[in-house]
Ligand binder design. Structure first.
Ligand SMILES: NC(=O)c1ccc[n+]([C@@H]2O[C@H](COP(=O)([O-])OP(=O)(O)OC[C@H]3O[C@@H](n4cnc5c(N)ncnc54)[C@H](O)[C@@H]3O)[C@@H](O)[C@H]2O)c1
Length: 261
């Protein structure tokens, strides 16, 4: 006997990746139907297939979130699968590491994926969500709060986090909540080039975090699952750091200032 079709579906961008995949998994485990959306259609489908194999409801769609026509086609396909009541704008990547290394094309590339992409997806789901209520979660970053390299990515994430507040206010009266999470370092494949050149990078970076560790994709996914859930029904316009405490402060700096070691 097949499982009953869920009454509510979540559209998760970047679901072929590590954090997006973990978000898809936890939402499916909590009874959401999940549409795994990614520019890499085969990885999106692999995630959806693994959710189905575990007894959940999932479909996949190929989307380039930086391309308006592609987003519209994907949203149409998603609506045919089920009633989308949660949008998770997770697709993202940091491209150019510094301003000195930046040209305008590099700036646009970081902006397009990390800010425009969420705008296009929100705009495409807007009427549907406003008509029946729902929740949006945007994937921010501590880079949108302080400077940890990648200035264009950081500016895009700061923009996305402020857009979160703007939309919480604009959409709130129609029952759509809009929140963001702001992860610190998360152990994902996005780091593979840097891990290849420095296998100790996570240990090095962990030393600066109050909790002395970096996050797992599941740590971030748990926060997203909370924000789309009924338990968060009175929460909107919030930027939730999932960052081992680094946006609160850096232990070595505090110790250097107070000279208490
Ligand atoms: N890993 C970290 O340390 C970290 C920290 C803070 C925030 N984040 C954010 O978390 C999110 C996920 O990152 P991750 O570490 O899981 O990366 P990841 O590389 O594992 O996943 C990113 C996914 O996005 C997809 N993608 C890329 N361009 C796309 C496009 N144009 N359209 C649709 N999909 C596209 C990729 O194919 C990939 O599957 C990003 O927004 C990232 O900025 C990551």
């Amino acid at each position: 006997m097949s499982a009953p079709k869920p009454s509510r579906w979540a559209f998760v961008t970047g679901a072929g990746g590590d954090i997006g995949g973990a978000i898809a998994d936890i939402l499916a485990a909590r009874g959401w139907g999940v549409i795994c959306a990614d520019i890499d259609g085969s990885r999106a489908e692999a995630r959806a297939a693994s959710i189905r194999a575990a007894g959940g409801a999932a479909g996949s769609v190929r989307v380039d979130v930086t391309d308006e026509a592609s987003v519209h086609a994907a949203v149409e396909a998603a609506m045919a699968l089920g009633d989308v009541r949660a949008l998770v704008n997770n697709a993202g990547h940091a491209f150019v590491p510094s301003m000195k290394a930046m040209d305008y094309a590099g700036w646009r590339r970081d902006m397009a994926l990390n800010l425009d992409g969420a705008f296009l997806c929100i705009r495409a789901f807007q009427d549907h969500l406003l008509a029946g209520g729902g929740a949006i979660v945007n994937m921010g970053s501590v880079n949108g709060i302080g400077m940890y390299g990648h200035p264009a990515y950081s500016a895009a994430k700061a923009g996305l986090m402020h857009l979160t507040r703007c939309l919480a206010v604009e959409y709130g009266p129609q029952g759509v909540r809009v929140n963001a999470v702001a992860p610190g370092t998360v152990r994902t494949q996005a780091w593979s080039e840097r891990v290849a050149s420095n296998p100790q990078i996570f240990e090095e970076v962990s030393a600066y975090y109050p909790l002395r560790k970096v996050a797992t994709p599941a740590d971030v996914a748990a926060a997203v699952a909370f924000l789309v859930s009924e338990e968060a029904s009175h929460i909107t316009g919030v930027i939730l750091p999932v960052d081992g405490g680094i946006s609160a402060g850096i232990p070595q700096l505090s110790a250097a200032i107070t000279q208490e070691r």
